[in-house]
Design a protein around this ligand. Sequence first.
Ligand SMILES: [Zn+2]
Length: 456
Amino acid sequence: MKHSNRTLLKGGHVLTLDPALGNLRQADLLIEDTTIAAIAPSLSLNDAQVIDASHMIVMPGLIDTHRHLWETSIRGIAADYTLSQYLKHILGTFAPVYRPEDVYIGNLLGVLEAINAGITTIFDWSHIMNTPQHAEAAIRGLRDSGARAIFGYGTPGTSVWEWFYESKLMHPEDIKRIQSQYFASIDNLVTLAMAIRGPEHSTLEVTRHDIILARELGLPISMHIGGGSFGLKYQGVRKLQEAGLLGPDLNFAHGNTLSVEDLQLLALHGCSLSITPEIEMQMGLGFPVTGSALAYEINTGLGIDVVTGTGGDMFSQMRMALQTERALYNQDYIAKGEMPETLPISVKDILQMATIGGATALGLAYKTGSLTPGKQADIIMIDSHSLNLFPVNDPVSAVVLQAHPANVDTVFIAGKAVKQHGHLRYHNLERVREQALASRDYLIEKSKVNSLAMQT
Ligand SMILES: [Zn+2]
């Protein structure tokens, strides 16, 4: 008699991302209910369901620390956008016409895409809280997906000009109702955070109000910082420091223009960073601060940001962050007529950022981010027989440099298999596609923009 709540992953190449356990060339991992019960070279149990992992890389699920999921249905629209074009067209034109059902299907489709690509935890930075129903639809989309998610309750998308340009509008009070109605327990897969505008997009008075409100509610806080000219103009970290508001509950997205002093302040106060390398480079935010984040030992994760302008998988972001940092470093030598002797950042550094680093940045390292007995069983298996990976000589370089979403064979979230044998186990994908298409058609029609016209 086999217990359905015990699953044994047998003989995988296990990358634990737990410094005490390291990498195990051939090991078994036992899942019991929602958690990782044991990892050892050989576990023998006669009451577990056994899954052959002998040609799999077994590792923690990837963590996307910063994404605006509601934009999934208008994927690719902003491929050639600068930040100001994005603000004008996506936040200024699309967001106001979004209905709750558009937010729902954007979120659901976005997280299903993420799970399929091996992402088990995602931070949804949701600045589309146009009505209370929009917030509820966003939460429903996250919950229906089956992923671990943080719902970053943001501001309305009704007017980017009023809400994102030196805004004097305080964060919506409805977050209190949302918290008591939907987030009574912190043990759920989906938990709550506050996505605030901060000093680059609202006045210091508003920022102070918003941070105090979040702290009264006991919620983690995320804001954009150091984004191109906004960062240089508003000097957000310095303002937060002077106001005595920096703290370990603050997560900052981007940070491209931060000074050495700013970065040292983030490290000192235990703040975290979310680097979204591809979008930062596209939209003129600046070069990713990947190397500095490592050098100053800031809790740092990676993120995808928006699929209006990039793809929805973390493999691409890992490579973007890694090779950009290397190119910047190498260029200093080339400029002097020299060649670099070493590289400044390794594949292991980047894999850590995409897993345990992200979990730490989001305050979730106590339950996810590494394969550690006692933590939640958020696990992915990557098929090392895939032609683009075979033969695997170094599993870390295989994951960081060579893998793509189709190599993700299996995904467990809290011990539940949500992708197996290369297929998402979601019950009705066709319905999701239908709803996403209908939403997309409505949004394009209603916003009266098309991708050609939007290039100005
Ligand atoms: Zn963002």
